[in-house]
Ligand binder design. Structure first.
Ligand code: HMG
Length: 389
C-alpha cells in the first residue's frame, strides 16, 4: 500500500521586510544577506496573525477539495505554541469546523516536529487506510532585535493531507535519524523570542546531516545516486547550499555545478523570499521545488533532511506520483507571495514589538488580509475569526 502526501498548500504572512531595507537601516553591505546567507526578504506576521491563522489559511484550500468531515486527525507541529496546555490544532479544528470525530495533538521539537508529524501520520494511515490526516507545520521565527538571528526571521505554515494512494508523494519506508542533547537554539517558556548560538548551530546542523546520512544508507541500502532532488531544512538558503556540499563530499560523488544546482536550487526559491519558518521550512522547500521546476518529475525520488535544534534530525525519501502536477496549487502560492506588502523599518519594529504578545486583554486592529485572523484576547482566551474575503 502506498501512503503519503495527497494534497499540500502553504501560507505565509501578508507583509515582508526586504533585507535591502534592513541592511540600509543597519548600515551593512546588503550582499552579506543576498550572497552571504542567501536571503532577500523575510515574511513578517502582523499582530493579528499567528500560527493558528496561518495554519487555517494553509489548510482551507485543501479542505475545499475533499469531504472535510473525513479528517480523522490533525497533527499540528510548531515551536510557536499559543498555549502551554491547549493544542493550536484545537483552535484550528474549531475555526475550520472539522468533525468532532477527530483527534488533535500538538508536536514539538524545534524545526523537526513537522517531519515527525508527517512520519506519524504515515504510520497511522498504514495501520488503518481509512484515516485521512491533516498534518500542519506552522511557525513564526522571531529573534530579538540587534541579534545575529534577526536577519533570519520569517513565518509560514504548510498543510499536508496524508492518505493512502496519495496523488503527490509516496513516503518511502526507512529513514536515518539522530538525537543529541545540545544547546544551539532554544526558547525558554517565558520568552517570545528564541535564543541562539548561531555559528555553533550551523555546525551541529551539518554534523547531524552526516549522522542521519550514515544511518539512512545503512538502514535503506539507498545511495546518493538513487536520489534525484534534495530538500533541506532551510533557516537561510546558504545553509542548504552548505548542506548539499557536505552531503556530496560525504557520499564521495562528483557533480558539475549545473547538476548541483538542478538538485537543490528550485527548492530554495520560496525560502529565499519568505525566510525561516522553522517546522514549515522543509516543506516550503518541497513546494518550492514542485512549483518552480519546469520539467515533470513523475516517479523521481526526492529526499528530505529535517533538522530541529536541540537537536533531532531525520533523513527520508519519497517518490513523486504520476499525475501529481494536476493537483498542485502553484498559482495560489505565487499569488500569495506576490501580494505581500513591504514594510518600512519603522512598521517592522511596530509589528515585531507586538508579534506573539502577552495574553492581556486586547482587540486587534485588522492588518491581516484573511481569510482567518486573531481578533483579540479576552480573559486570557484567544478569539479567532473568519473574514468575508
Ligand atoms: P552573522 O554573524 O550575522 O553573519 O551570523 P556572518 O558574519 O557569519 O556572515 C554570514 C556569511 O556572510 C559568512 O559566510 C560571511 O563571510 C558572509 P560563511 O563564512 O558563512 O560562508 N558575508 C558576506 N558575503 C558577501 N558579501 C558580504 C558579506 N559579509 C559577510 N559583504 C548566522 C550568521 C547564521 C550565525 C546568524 O544569521 C544566526 O545566528 N541565525 C540564526 C541561527 C540559524 O539560523 N542557524 C542555522 C542552523 S540551526 C537551524 O537551522 C535550526 C533553526 O531553524 C531553529 C529550529 O530548529 O527551530 C534555527
Amino acid at each position: 500500500m502506498k501512503v503519503g502526501i495527497d494534497l499540500l498548500h502553504f501560507a505565509t504572512a501578508n507583509y515582508y521586510l526586504g533585507l535591502d531595507t534592513f541592511a540600509a537601516e543597519k548600515n551593512i553591505d546588503v550582499d552579506k544577506f543576498y550572497v552571504g546567507i542567501g536571503q532577500e526578504k523575510m515574511s513578517i506576521a502582523s499582530p493579528d496573525e499567528d500560527i493558528v491563522s496561518l495554519a487555517a489559511k494553509a489548510a482551507a484550500p485543501i479542505l475545499q477539495k475533499i469531504n472535510s468531515s473525513e479528517i480523522s486527525a490533525v497533527l499540528f507541529a510548531t515551536e510557536s505554541g499559543v498555549d502551554q496546555s491547549k493544542s493550536a490544532g484545537v483552535f484550528l479544528h474549531g475555526l475550520l469546523n472539522l468533525s468532532n470525530r477527530c483527534r488533535v495533538v500538538e508536536f514539538k521539537q524545534a524545526c523537526y516536529a513537522g517531519a515527525a508529524a508527517l512520519q506519524m501520520a504515515t504510520a497511522l494511515v498504514k495501520a488503518n487506510p481509512k484515516e485521512k490526516i491533516l498534518v500542519i507545520a506552522a511557525d513564526v521565527a522571531k529573534y530579538d532585535l540587534e541579534t545575529s538571528g534577526e536577519a533570519t526571521q520569517g513565518c509560514g505554515a504548510v498543510a499536508m493531507l496524508v492518505t493512502e494512494s496519495p496523488r503527490i508523494l509516496e513516503i518511502e519506508p526507512g529513514s536515518g535519524y539522530y538525537t543529541d542533547d545540545v544547546m544551539d537554539f532554544w526558547r525558554p517558556n517565558s520568552r517570545t523570542t528564541a535564543l541562539v548560538d548561531g555559528k555553533y548551530s550551523t555546525k551541529v546542523y551539518l554534523n547531524s546531516l552526516k549522522q542521519v546520512w550514515e544511518h539512512f544508507t545503512e538502514s535503506t541500502g539507498k545511495s546518493f545516486t538513487d536520489i534525484d532532488y534534495f530538500c533541506y531544512h532551510i533557516p537561510f538558503t546558504k545553509m542548504a547550499e552548505k548542506a548539499h556540499q557536505t552531503l556530496v563530499r560525504k557520499a564521495g560523488v562528483k557533480l558539475t555545478q549545473a547538476q548541483f544546482e538542478a538538485q537543490t536550487l528550485p527548492g530554495q526559491l520560496y525560502n529565499r523570499i519568505i525566510g525561516n519558518s522553522y517546522s514549515a521550512s522543509l516543506f516550503i522547500s518541497f513546494i518550492s521545488l514542485l512549483d518552480n521546476l519546469t520539467s515533470n518529475i513523475e516517479n523521481k525520488r526526492v529526499s528530505f533532511f529535517s533538522y530541529g535544534s536541540g537537536c533531532v534530525a531525520e533523513f527520508f525519501t519519497g517518490v513523486m506520483q504520476p499525475g501529481y502536477q494536476s493537483v498542485l496549487m502553484t498559482e495560489k502560492h505565487k499569488a500569495q507571495i506576490d501580494k505581500r506588502t513591504p514594510l518600512t523599518y519603522i512598521q517592522y519594529l511596530e509589528f515585531h514589538q507586538q508579534m506573539g504578545a502577552s495574553d492581556e486583554n486586547i482587540v486587534l486592529n485588522i492588518n491581516n488580509y484573511g481569510p482567518y485572523r486573531l481578533a483579540g484576547i479576552k480573559d486570557h482566551k484567544r478569539y479567532y475569526e473568519k473574514m468575508d474575503n
